[in-house]
Design a protein around this ligand. Structure first.
Ligand SMILES: NC(=O)c1ccc[n+]([C@@H]2O[C@H](COP(=O)([O-])OP(=O)(O)OC[C@H]3O[C@@H](n4cnc5c(N)ncnc54)[C@H](OP(=O)(O)O)[C@@H]3O)[C@@H](O)[C@H]2O)c1
Length: 337
């Protein structure tokens, strides 16, 4: 049977470690969980069964493998140390029998976005970023539709526009919207992205290093690799839609509490075809997966054992191609409103 493995890591140390080790997480303070995570080896969390293509009826199996690093550790520890643990997680996946490996959340962000990891493994590796981009844009459009906002006359902000996912989203959004605000941390990197998207018939493209400037945007797509939230309630325009792709989330929990006028959409959640049993509660309701996970499953269902999304540059054609394959096999954007 065709197979895949997907690497995940704790986003909220205490909450997520409790999913695997409830007793340990109950007695250890978050600080200690965070500290111990550094020395914990990768573990197999579960066997995944029941993913079935709507097109061919083919069924695949998989494994969820934990790479015990928190997002903050992935950002702060030497890149080599983080690579070594992701590679160890990949080798565990190989021993389990996986034919392709997907990298989740910060395991796909760190360093060169999977390239070094892939060089140290015998199976192909994908970050899942192509399908993440496709599904995030679909989610943003669906959110806009729910709020009666027309994409072509809207101002859209992309936060983290200089990143792998943010840049590809900006490139795809540019021809479809009225004004684009690119938000990042480096003027020179923003200028590069601006030059890339400006040819795309957008009426106006502006760059900013202040997240607060999203207050002009009807639609916000956020994809930073910040360890803490970057979008506060006071930054957002009345009635805005925010598609938050980041893990951990970019939207502060205060937004939900204080801004009932704002629609927050979790970017890139998909319904998986078949009667999927993930064998582990990673925080989503039954039958749902992150788009990056879904990309790994799509490739396994299609028999395309190749390192599909690797490195920081995602091409528009890759996004269209994986979206087509995902649709063909029956992966759908989860309902958002
Ligand atoms: N939902 C899903 O299915 C899914 C799938 C894959 C990844 N993700 C998540 O998507 C996010 C982005 O991933 P990526 O691979 O595109 O990351 P990336 O290439 O590292 O890009 C991150 C972007 O965020 C910016 N940034 C970093 N820290 C920031 C801060 N403190 N404040 C403001 N901006 C900041 C970076 O700016 P600089 O250019 O200045 O560094 C860059 O523009 C991550 O949170 C990842 O976990 C989600």
């Amino acid at each position: 049977m065709s197979s895949f493995a997907f690497v995940i890591h704790p986003v909220d140390p205490k909450r997520d470690v409790a999913r695997k080790y409830p007793h340990l997480a109950r007695i250890l303070p978050a600080r200690l969980v965070h500290f111990l995570a550094r020395f914990w080896p990768p573990v197999c969390l579960s066997h995944v069964a029941g993913v079935r293509s709507e097109d061919t009826g083919k069924e695949i199996e998989g494994w969820l493998v934990a790479c015990p690093f928190t997002a903050r550790q992935a950002l702060e520890l030497p890149t080599r140390t983080v690579y070594n643990k992701i590679i160890a997680a990949g080798r565990l996946a190989q021993r389990l029998g996986a034919q392709i490996l997907g990298l989740g959340a910060f395991t796909s962000v760190v360093g060169d976005a999977g390239m070094t990891v892939a060089r140290h493994l015998d199976i192909p590796v994908t970050t899942g970023h192509s399908l993440t981009v496709a599904m995030a844009l679909e989610a943003l459009e669906e959110g806009a539709r729910c709020k009666g906002i027309r994409l072509e006359s809207s101002t859209v902000a992309v936060i983290g526009a200089t990143g792998s996912i943010g840049r590809a989203c900006a490139e795809l959004l540019a021809p479809a919207v009225d004004r684009l605000i690119l938000v990042g941390r480096s003027e020179s990197r923003l200028a590069q992205v601006r030059a890339q998207v400006e040819g795309a018939r957008t009426r106006q493209v502006r760059t900013s290093m202040q997240v607060e400037e999203v207050c002009e945007a009807d639609l916000v797509l956020s994809a930073t690799s910040a360890a803490d939230s970057v979008i506060q309630p006071e930054y957002l325009k009345h009635g805005a839609v925010v598609c938050d792709i980041a893990l951990p989330p970019d939207v502060s929990p205060r937004v939900k509490q204080e801004r009932s006028d704002v629609l927050i959409v979790a970017g890139g959640l998909v319904d998986v075809p078949g009667e999927v049993d993930f064998g582990f509660d990673f925080g989503l309701s039954s039958g749902k997966a992150y788009a990056c996970m879904a990309e790994t499953m799509v490739l396994a269902l299609d028999g395309r054992y190749e390192s599909y999304s690797l490195g920081k540059h995602i091409r528009v054609e890759q996004v269209h191609e994986i979206a087509r394959l995902a649709r063909k096999h029956g992966f759908r954007l989860s309902a958002i409103c």
